[in-house]
Design a protein around this ligand. Structure first.
Ligand code: AMP
Ligand code: ZN
Length: 136
């Protein structure tokens, strides 16, 4: 897609700080990092969200994700790592080409993932589980 910024990075029209590349996947440093080494991993093929990927495309990303995450973790002397993948605007997706954020973590980095955990009301857990199981 010519109007997609990540497709332009894949085609070389826009430069990137390349971390990893194989036949299906590209990884590069995020231009506005949350911390040094914040990396984006994308499929080379334009796909908007995780849900439009084939199992093979998702598997290629998954395999590369583990490899790239290990290198980013080691190369940044990280103590931990968050991996985030946003789908659709409501989740914070701004670029509609699938991408995984790899965020190496260190104590005192000031980054906090909001985690406002809730409790299920009576029957709610069973009801949502039933709906998810019906959706396969
Ligand atoms: P999201 O909000 O999940 O869609 O994240 C999009 C990410 O892409 C943001 O973290 C941006 O900083 C990053 N980004 C946008 N343009 C570029 C670019 N040209 N090179 C590297 N990262 C980019
Ligand atoms: Zn694209």
């Amino acid at each position: 897609m010519t109007d997609c910024i990540f497709c332009r990075i894949v085609s070389g029209q826009i430069p990137c700080a390349k971390v990893y590349e194989d036949d299906h996947v590209l990884a590069f440093l995020d231009i506005n990092p949350l911390m040094p080494g914040h990396t984006l991993l994308i499929p080379k093929k334009h796909v908007e969200t995780l849900f439009e990927m084939t199992p093979q495309e998702a598997a290629a990303c998954g395999a590369a994700l583990q490899k790239v995450a290990a290198a980013v973790f080691k190369g940044t002397d990280a103590e931990g790592m968050n991996i985030l993948q946003n789908n659709y605007e409501i989740s914070g997706q701004e670029i509609f080409h699938v991408h995984f954020h790899l965020m190496p973590r260190k104590s005192g980095d000031g980054f906090k993932v909001p985690w406002p955990a809730k409790k299920y009301g009576p029957g709610e857990m069973e009801a949502v589980l039933e709906k998810i199981l019906q959706a396969f």
